[in-house]
Design a protein around this ligand. Structure first.
Ligand SMILES: [Zn+2]
Length: 508
């Protein structure tokens, strides 16, 4: 053990004590004593001892009430014990980064993959699950099946209208995939999902509803003046299934009053009987492939070549309008090589070209991804306060955006501690039991006897989101212990070798 590690252990004030296990009446694998318990259900913080056995929460008592033995004792004095956070919109490839240390360091114990319409491109999801289980992963994964992937598997690709037989195939693969997937994701701003007509989306929603799963959508258009239309489109699918808006945002909308309007649309829909929810990430820049800036008729390389030849002037003007509305060339920060860390404005200086020409002649719609500073803090912060809106990172272990490493730490550090705009028990409820209920995970997301021990131990005032836009690959700090399935998965600032996460199985 390094000196640094020892120092960290001591400054963290957390000790794993080995004790002799005698033949007393009750014995446990782990006991967590002197904790301040936040149960994830919204109850007030209360002092408690928590006993774990076989990866489950076995007993919860008032401090010192139980005279029991345990193989390991964790003294959580001065710390909160809460359920691990559930990230309802995440990215990453478990075959490449199975540790998912970026998520563990933020207190996340379950992530969701297969988002934005894009999931493992196979009909054999059982085989995929086995492959991941074999290598072992750091966090639990709840898988979604992606609409774009289904289109590819069914042979539809980018065709606007699928044949009856192709649509039947798509629905069949969807239904089979839901044996492993917690729901369907759509990415209607991306290829090939953007080509789908309403009839196709509704047909899929019926399958999702029949299986009691959730339909999560990266909506067709997040621009402020298109937001209501996009929500309407999702609500038509919401007649048949629970629906959820992924990373709800208003691109270039401003102010808390505008947030109230958006929340009213959602509240009215809920009142009319549609089960609609959403998630938000706590940053003011989005991140996506640069094709997002290009018109629908020039997103793929093939379309782009034709557009460049036949509609050059129109394309330039489109890009100028779009970038101007999106806060200008300084507000696009590229995140992929060879442009990593440079804005479009930086490239203008470097190359001596206007940005629309750089986008067309240098980068192209498939040539980069970037962060787009297009959101308003006041508006997005108001959305975060809604009881039916949870938190997602929309991040990954390698993405060049701080959300992948910082989201959940930033919620605690910035919104709970610094701004005091979110109450700790309530935001934890939303990031745990509420998120679990959306996924249909009935054995996780709260600290109750019988639930799986996905737990975090932390002092809220010590939590720090270290990731920044120029330096986004920085682990968050302050989550002293993160337990996944009853085993310590992260401690003293690093992931343990446990890789105890599971690819979760829907319960029905
Ligand atoms: Zn998305």
């Amino acid at each position: 053990m390094t000196k640094l590690l020892i120092r960290l252990l001591f400054t963290a004030g957390l000790f794993l004590l080995l004790s002799n296990c005698s033949d007393s009446t009750e014995s446990f694998d782990i006991r967590i004593i002197n904790a301040m318990l936040i149960d994830g259900l919204g109850s007030p913080t209360r002092p408690a001892d928590i006993y774990l056995n076989g990866g489950l929460i076995a007993r919860i008592t008032v401090p010192g009430a139980l005279n029991a033995e345990a193989l390991n004792t964790i003294d959580a004095a001065g710390r909160i014990v809460a359920p691990g956070f559930i990230d309802v919109h995440s990215h990453g490839n478990p075959l490449e980064t199975p540790e998912f240390e970026n998520f563990l360091a933020q207190g996340v114990t379950t992530i969701t993959l297969g988002q934005d319409g894009d999931s493992p491109e196979t009909e054999d999801l059982g085989g995929w699950v086995n492959q991941i289980t074999e290598i072992g992963i750091g966090v639990n994964v709840a898988l979604f099946v992606g609409h774009g992937t289904l289109r590819n598997l069914a042979g539809i690709g980018q065709k606007p209208d699928a044949s009856a037989e192709e649509l039947r195939r798509l629905l069949e693969i969807l239904n089979n995939s839901l044996d492993y997937a917690f729901g369907l994701s759509t990415g209607l701003e991306y290829n090939p999902g953007l080509h789908a007509p309403e009839s196709e989306l509704v047909a899929m929603a019926r399958v999702v509803g029949n299986r009691d799963r959730i339909l999560m959508s990266h909506m067709r258009n997040e621009d402020d003046d298109q937001l209501e239309n996009s929500i309407d489109e999702l609500l038509s699918q919401g007649q048949y299934a629970r629906v959820h808006i992924s990373h709800l945002k208003s691109v270039y909308g401003k102010g808390a009053a505008r947030a109230e309007e958006i929340l009213e649309v959602i509240a009215a829909a809920r009142e009319s009987g549609v089960e609609i929810t959403a998630d938000v990430y706590p940053y003011n820049a989005s991140y996506a492939g640069i094709a997002l800036l290009f018109p629908v008729w020039s997103k793929t390389n093939e379309e782009f070549e034709i557009a460049k030849r036949d509609r050059r002037e129109e394309l330039e003007q489109y890009l100028i309008n779009r970038i101007t509305r999106r806060n200008g060339p300084k507000a696009t920060l590229l995140g992929t090589d060879p442009y990593t860390g440079k804005t479009l404005a930086d490239l203008e200086t470097e190359l001596g070209l206007p940005y629309e020409k750089i986008l067309i002649d240098v980068i192209g719609p498939q040539g980069a991804a970037g962060a787009y500073f297009i959101m308003d803090d006041e508006l997005q912060s108001r959305l975060l306060q809604d009881p039916n809106i949870t938190v997602s990172s929309d991040g990954s272990p390698s993405g060049f955006h701080p959300r992948g490493h910082g989201t959940f730490a930033k919620i605690i550090e910035e919104y709970v501690v610094n701004r005091e705009s979110l109450e700790l028990e309530e935001i934890i409820r939303k990031m745990t039991s509420f998120a679990a209920s959306l996924l249909g995970l009935d054995n996780r997301g709260s600290i109750e006897e019988g639930k799986v021990a996905d737990l975090i131990i932390f002092d809220p005032t010590s939590v720090r989101a270290k990731a920044t836009y120029p330096d986004p690959i920085q682990l968050s700090q302050g989550f002293d212990i993160v337990m996944v399935n009853g085993v310590i998965a992260f401690q003293s600032g690093a992931a343990t070798s446990a890789r105890i996460g599971a690819v979760l199985q829907p319960s029905n």
